[in-house]
Design a binder for this molecule. Structure first.
Ligand SMILES: C[C@@]1(CC(=O)O)C2=NC(=C\c3[nH]c(c(CCC(=O)O)c3CC(=O)O)Cc3[nH]c(c(CC(=O)O)c3CCC(=O)O)/C=C3\N/C(=C\2)[C@@H](CCC(=O)O)[C@]3(C)CC(=O)O)/[C@H]1CCC(=O)O
Ligand SMILES: NC(=O)c1ccc[n+]([C@@H]2O[C@H](COP(=O)([O-])OP(=O)(O)OC[C@H]3O[C@@H](n4cnc5c(N)ncnc54)[C@H](O)[C@@H]3O)[C@@H](O)[C@H]2O)c1
Length: 197
């Protein structure tokens, strides 16, 4: 059964990452744009974590106490038994857990993600093929308008005004759909002009 893609507000949330190597760092970088407080616990922690303001490092071995105050957990050590223990502890505390590369121990998966301003595209193959998820993400990125971030910023600014001017929901929906197409087309035209120069 495929997993449901739930877009969760992680700002003000605390995420524990157990493990401080390359894979833990990759997970931290994937989470960072979504604004959570990140806590990394491991005896050996990659120095790149020190450059990340949202990260608090605990240089020590994991213990169940580390779960206190957490909203979500990622197990990314190189020790399968420890990762399984983290998953079991998280279950006990009813915390959602991801164990890297171990779908059977996961309560949630990471998707293959594109983030551009307010846009998030996440591709999941439900673990069938992470390589295919990566390839599909690349292809999707190619068909996105180059300035999608700006288009969304314009639509976000216009939306309250349109809501005020068009109290009728159906009419408002038509106007917003029409405006969206025009804004995205205008971006495409500007892009062409920039390329000609
Ligand atoms: C999103 C991303 C991680 C991220 O970016 O954070 C991610 N895997 C990525 C890459 C990737 N992972 C692997 C390869 C090698 C090629 C291949 O195996 O296909 C590549 C490709 C590469 O590196 O080129 C190996 C691998 N991964 C899992 C297994 C276990 C198994 O298959 O049983 C194995 C085999 C280990 C072994 O061989 O022993 C399992 C999972 N990997 C997932 C996510 C979840 C399901 C995602 C989905 O729905 O498809 C899930 C279920 C759990 C999780 O980890 O969350 C990133 C997306 C691509 C991107 O955007 O770069
Ligand atoms: N590096 C890759 O490209 C890659 C790719 C796919 C899967 N993986 C898998 O992901 C896992 C992590 O890979 P990595 O490259 O980040 O490993 P790594 O060896 O760089 O890091 C392992 C981390 O686990 C920590 N750790 C060990 N015992 C601990 C304990 N008791 N408490 C807390 N932390 C502890 C270590 O301190 C270290 O920070 C491995 O199982 C690996 O097989 C790695």
């Amino acid at each position: 059964m495929p997993a449901f893609p739930m877009f969760v507000d992680l700002s003000q949330k605390s995420v524990l990452i157990v493990g401080g190597g390359q894979i833990a760092l990759h997970k931290a970088k994937a989470l960072e744009p979504f604004g959570p407080r990140l806590f990394v616990v491991a005896p050996d922690v990659d120095t790149a974590f020190d450059e990340m303001p949202s990260v608090t490092v605990r240089r020590k071995e994991y213990s169940e106490d580390d779960l206190k105050g957490m909203d979500m957990v990622v197990a990314a050590t190189d020790d399968y038994c420890l990762n399984a223990q983290v998953a079991a502890d998280a279950g006990k505390h009813q915390l959602p857990v991801n164990v890297v590369d171990e779908p059977d121990l996961c309560g949630f998966y990471f998707g293959s993600m594109i983030t551009e301003g307010d846009l998030t595209v996440a591709v999941s193959t439900d673990g069938a093929s992470p390589a295919a998820a990566r390839e599909l993400k690349k292809r999707i990125r190619e068909v996105l308008p180059r300035d999608v971030e700006a288009s969304l910023a314009v639509m976000k600014a216009l939306r309250p005004l349109v809501k005020r001017v068009y109290p009728d929901q159906k009419q408002r929906s038509r106007v917003l759909n029409g405006l969206t197409k025009r804004v995205m087309e205008a971006d495409a035209v500007c892009e062409g002009e920039t390329e000609k120069k």
